[in-house]
Structure formats: structure tokens, C-alpha cells
Design a protein around this ligand. Structure first.
Ligand code: ADP
Length: 498
């Protein structure tokens, strides 16, 4: 478990030692306050850049610019013009992918194989939204009123969007907001997470290069309680598209009340992953492991509650533990790394706290279980993949979102029982089922209350397939035609023709 290729502060073309400015109205500007904040490489604990720290004053400027752009020349862009822009941006992202991937890895720690592997998804999303740009249409609707009165609907962009994103996948999270904005003719003020603001800023450079008009895309880095809160409550914002924790999601809803802005929320989860004794073990063992250990468990739909049919519980959990021990933990820049560090020292403390809680509650760590501190691990935020056995439903590690590489394995005996226990959570984002019995698969697909059910796979994603939550995992869908609809208003038009 060596850490090689140690991240060096200024080895990336984007990281030239200058303070990274924010992007408002087509210009690269300092914060009004002049303040900056540091962003860190979680593999080394070192500062990699200073970034302009936006707050309410900068959000005001960005929202005003987004409003002017929305009402200005951008409103006269035809669908095919917006499509061309998205296709150009897709080409630029594709050409810059190595830079973008390295920036994601440096800023939030994910293995470079993962961030490079986002190429198809990032570029595919932009091309998918390019297709959507020319597919937006209203309907003609036959009504039953007397006489000749004709009715049809128009689909119109909702307006200025405040996009607030987390740090666990800065490139794809940014594109998940920019794509529908550009497809529909909205404008956006994007607030990256304070832990990982760099890739969204690089993406703004690419938007500029693609010819996105000034004010259409604005990127204002800053803290959640200041810049984020100002955006969520801003009276000039028509919609907030938020991805993050459910606690912040609740604050966003409260903050949105002032002008009753539209809100879409993609929040946390505590997703069940259910393994039957008839599953293909060769697929289910690594599948169930990576359902949690991908991105060091920092994925909202991670399959963290592993329900295993009792008769294979001991054997299966031991095999997942063995698999987890085989994973190479290290600096994300090392191409052999499979599990990178956690994003920050706060996240390290939080996850370490849960490891302690799990043991105190009587769970047994079959693998991992404590922070890595030897040698090159010492300065980074490394927690090894951890499999907890002896877990009961009511334990905190089986109830609360940990957002780290921590799996809780729980036995079950019966299909109806596991559906009900799987659903016994306030969340409903992802879920997994491993079985070769098609009847069980369909029963689970219907019975699980979650936005995605993955059968004999986990975390499959595609730009055309909607993703989102039930219950406290949020509302609204990203990807698919449903996503574009979230950025459109429906207007009914009536024409009396006699
Ligand atoms: P996490 O725990 O994953 O960091 P958060 O929900 O705290 O999740 O953060 C997700 C995003 O929400 C970040 O961009 C963060 O800055 C922002 N944020 C945090 N608090 C607020 C808030 N009160 N209002 C608006 N945005 C916020």
C-alpha cells in the first residue's frame, strides 16, 4: 500500500500559483470583500490553491448578470444554437479531460482511474443535453369548451437557476447542472463546494472558450453558510438545484420560501444492497464491495446497508471483507490506487467517529476499522475499506449516512422481511439486489422505495436514465427527459377563433 507520485502543489497547468478568481458576467474577478480561502489536497493535507471567497455581495452581482443574460441576447438563441454550444463544450471537455480529471483528483482525492473514467459520462451528458435542446416542445390539447377555442402549451425556461453542488464529483456534478441550463435557455449561478472549487472554475473557462455568452454561466466559489445561503434565499433566483446533505436540503427549502422559488433536491441515502443465496457470487462479492467503497464511500447512493441471506451470511461477509483488504488505498494520483483519501479532515473525524460508534454498539470490524497513519498516509485523510459484521438494524451505523468506506452487513431470512427492513429508513435514493431468480428481482424492483433499483449491478448511470430520490433523499430527477422538465415552465395559451 505505497503512496507514489505524491501530489505537488503547482504541477497542474491550472495551478500556476495565482489566486483563482470567480467568474461573473463573463469576467474573472476577485471577491468584493477581497477575501480568499484555501483548497487542500486531501492525500497530502497541503494547500493547492487560494480561491476567491464569494459571499452575498458577489452572489448579488452574479444573479444580476444572470438576469440580464436571461433577458438579453441569450433569450434569442434558437434551440439549434444552444445545441451547437453544448456540442462545442462537450468537445472542449473531451479534449481537456486529462486536466479536468487530475484537478478533480487533486482537489477531492478520488483515484485518477475514476476521474479519468468519468470521460464518457461527462462528455456523454453534454451531448445528451445537446440532443434535448432541440427536443423541447409543448402540446396542442383538445379542450371541451363550447365554440372554437384552441389551446396549446409552451415550454419556457424557468429563468435564473442557483446551482449548489457538493465536492464528491465536481466535474460531473457541475455538468449535471450546466447541461439542462444550457439546453433549456436558463442562466445559472453555480456555487461549488468549498472543499473542491477548482474543476467548476476550469469548466467556466471552457464555457467561455465555447462561446457561452457573458452572464449565462457564473461560478461563485464560497462557503455554504454565506454564498450558498445567499443564493438559496435570493429573490432574483427562480429555481435552486441542490445536491448535498438532507440537513442542508431542509435549509434550502426554508430559504427558498421568500419568493417561492422552484427547488430540486438530490440528497443523501442509506441504501440497502440485498444479496440472496442464489446470487452469482463472483459478481456479487466485488459488486457489493464497490457499491460502498467506490469514491471512498462518498457517494449519496452508496449501498451501505448490505443485507445478506442468513444461510450465506458468514461466508459472504468474510469474502467481501477479503475483497476489501485487497483494495489498494493511496494517493489518487497513483494509477494503481483503488480507494483514495476522504475529502477533508472534518470528514475524516466524522467517519472515524462512526467507526468508534460501530464498535461501541457491538459491531465487529472484519476489515479496516481505523485510520491509516503510517508513512505516506500520515498527512492524508485515509480510512481503509471497512466491513462491519454483527450489525443490527437499529444500530446507528445501520441508520445514519456515514459518507465513508464503511459497510454494515446484516443478515435476513425472508424476501418480504427484507423488503420491509430495506425500506425502514428515512432515505430512498439507491438500492441493489443480487439474485439469479427473475421473480425475486421483479418483486424487489417493485417493493423497494428508492429512486433507483440496481439488479445484479450497482451504481449504473446514464444521461438518459433518471436519477433521484424518494422520501428524504429529495425530489426532482437528474438525467433523462424528466431532468430537462425541471428547468422548464409550462404555459397554457388559449386562442378564441370565432
Ligand atoms: P456535505 O456534508 O456533503 O458537504 P453539504 O450539504 O453541507 O454537504 O454541502 C453541499 C453544498 O451545499 C456545498 O456547496 C455547501 O457549500 C452548500 N451549503 C452548505 N450549507 C449551506 C446553506 N446553509 N445554504 C446553502 N448552501 C449550503
Amino acid at each position: 500500500m505505497n503512496v507514489i507520485n505524491k501530489a505537488d502543489a503547482f504541477q497542474h497547468p491550472f495551478l500556476d500559483g495565482s489566486t483563482k478568481r470567480m467568474y461573473i458576467d463573463g469576467k474573472w474577478v476577485e471577491a468584493r470583500s477581497g477575501k480568499t480561502f484555501a483548497t487542500y489536497n486531501p492525500a497530502t493535507g497541503k494547500v493547492i490553491a487560494q480561491v476567491a471567497e464569494g459571499d452575498a455581495a458577489d452572489i448579488d452581482l452574479a444573479v444580476a448578470a444572470a438576469r440580464r443574460a436571461f433577458e438579453g441576447p441569450w433569450s434569442r438563441f434558437k434551440p439549434a444554437d444552444r445545441q451547437r454550444l453544448l456540442l462545442k463544450l462537450a468537445d472542449l471537455v473531451e479534449a481537456d479531460m486529462e486536466n479536468l480529471a487530475t484537478l478533480d483528483t487533486l482537489d477531492m482525492g478520488a483515484p485518477i482511474t475514476r476521474t479519468r473514467g468519468n470521460r464518457a459520462r461527462a462528455v456523454g451528458m453534454l451531448r445528451y443535453y445537446a440532443g434535448q435542446a432541440t427536443s423541447i416542445h409543448g402540446e396542442t390539447i383538445e379542450n371541451s369548451l363550447p365554440g372554437q377555442i384552441f389551446s396549446y402549451t409552451l415550454k419556457e425556461p424557468v429563468g435564473v437557476v442557483g446551482a449548489i453542488i457538493p465536492w464528491n464529483g465536481p466535474l460531473t456534478a457541475s455538468i449535471w447542472k450546466l447541461g439542462p441550463v444550457l439546453a433549456t435557455g436558463c442562466t445559472v449561478v453555480l456555487k461549488p463546494a468549498e472543499e473542491a472549487p477548482l474543476t467548476p472554475l476550469r469548466l467556466a473557462e471552457l464555457c467561455e472558450e465555447a462561446g457561452v455568452p457573458p452572464g449565462v454561466v457564473n461560478v461563485v466559489p464560497g462557503h455554504g453558510e454565506t454564498a450558498g445561503a445567499a443564493l438559496a434565499s435570493h429573490m432574483g433566483v427562480d429555481k435552486v438545484a441542490f445536491t448535498g446533505s438532507h440537513l442542508t436540503g431542509q435549509k434550502i427549502i426554508r430559504a427558498s420560501a421568500g419568493n417561492l422559488k422552484r427547488v430540486s433536491l438530490e440528497l443523501g441515502g442509506k441504501s440497502p444492497d440485498i444479496v440472496f443465496a442464489d446470487a452469482d457470487m463472483a459478481a456479487a462479492v466485488p459488486g457489493a464491495g464497490m457499491a460502498v467503497f467506490s469514491n471512498s464511500g462518498q457517494i449519496c447512493s452508496a449501498g451501505t446497508r448490505l443485507f445478506v441471506e442468513e444461510k450465506i451470511y458468514e461466508e459472504f461477509t468474510e469474502r467481501v471483507a477479503e475483497f476489501s483488504r485487497s483494495l489498494k488505498v493511496g494517493n489518487g494520483l497513483d494509477p494503481d490506487t483503488q480507494v483514495g483519501p476522504l475529502v477533508s479532515s472534518e470528514q475524516l473525524d466524522r467517519v472515524s467517529g462512526y467507526l468508534k460508534v460501530g464498535k461501541e454498539e457491538g459491531a465487529r470490524a472484519l476489515s479496516g476499522g481505523a485510520r491509516l497513519t503510517d508513512g505516506d498516509y500520515a498527512d492524508g485523510y485515509f480510512i481503509p475499506p471497512t466491513v462491519f459484521g454483527n450489525v443490527r438494524d437499529e444500530m446507528r451505523i445501520a441508520q445514519e449516512e456515514i459518507f465513508g468506506p464503511v459497510l454494515s452487513a446484516i443478515p435476513f431470512t425472508d424476501i418480504d422481511e427484507v423488503i420491509s427492513r430495506g425500506n425502514n429508513t428515512s432515505f430512498g435514493l439507491g438500492s441493489g439486489v443480487w439474485t439469479q431468480d427473475v421473480g425475486k428481482a421483479h418483486k424487489l424492483a417493485k417493493g423497494l422505495r428508492a429512486g433507483s433499483v440496481w439488479i445484479n449491478c450497482y451504481q449504473a448511470m446514464d444521461p438518459a436514465v433518471p436519477f433521484g430520490g424518494y422520501k428524504m433523499s429529495g425530489y426532482g430527477r437528474e438525467s433523462g427527459v424528466q431532468h430537462v422538465e425541471e428547468y422548464l415552465n409550462v404555459k397554457a395559451v388559449w386562442i378564441k377563433t370565432e
